[in-house]
Ligand binder design. Structure first.
Ligand code: SF4
Length: 158
């Protein structure tokens, strides 16, 4: 069963342990989103779209580094080009540091029903080598996100 993965390669800063491709060149976001929409258009022409797509995953990088107009542009393209199943799981990765109450409120305008939060670790020794602010931001974020609308997963380093 085909699924869709959309890679957003932008991060606020680079973590020393990370092997994923990402860049801090945030001014490139607008051009990247336009190119991504064009690429989806091309790929949709040759893809087997006879079955509804059960799963869309927007990962990175850090998708929450995009602006909401850019996120809407991407999700609009996904919905126009690909036949999503009625109950499709649509996941977006978030960096806790990006997620303010206002951000959570705007998230509801996107067709997202699952969040993957990059807390990474609550281990202080490990945090010394990555980012303490991530844990603090995550602790602040979770009460805002814990609703019956969103399912939340997390990425752990240990
Ligand atoms: S924020 Fe995530 S994708 Fe970006 S460098 Fe850190 S671990 Fe890698």
């Amino acid at each position: 069963m085909p699924s869709l993965y959309v890679h957003i390669p932008f991060c606020q800063s680079r973590c020393i342990y990370c092997d994923f491709f990402s860049t801090t060149a945030l001014p490139m976001r607008e051009r990247y989103v336009a190119a991504l929409c064009k690429e989806m258009e091309e790929r949709a022409k040759s893809a087997d779209l006879s079955q509804p797509i059960p799963s869309v995953y927007m990962g990175g990088g850090t998708p929450s580094q995009l602006t909401f107009p850019q996120l809407h542009q991407l999700f609009d393209a996904v919905r126009q080009l690909f036949p999503l199943a009625e109950d499709a799981e649509v996941t977006m990765e978030l960096n806790p540091d990006d997620v303010t109450p206002d951000f959570v409120a705007q998230l509801r305008s996107l067709p997202v029903n699952r969040l993957s939060l990059g807390i990474q670790t609550f281990n202080d020794n490990v945090l010394t080598f990555c980012c303490l602010y991530c844990r603090l931001a995550a602790i602040n974020f979770l009460p805002h996100a814990r609703t019956d609308y969103f399912f939340i997963s997390n990425e752990w380093l240990n």
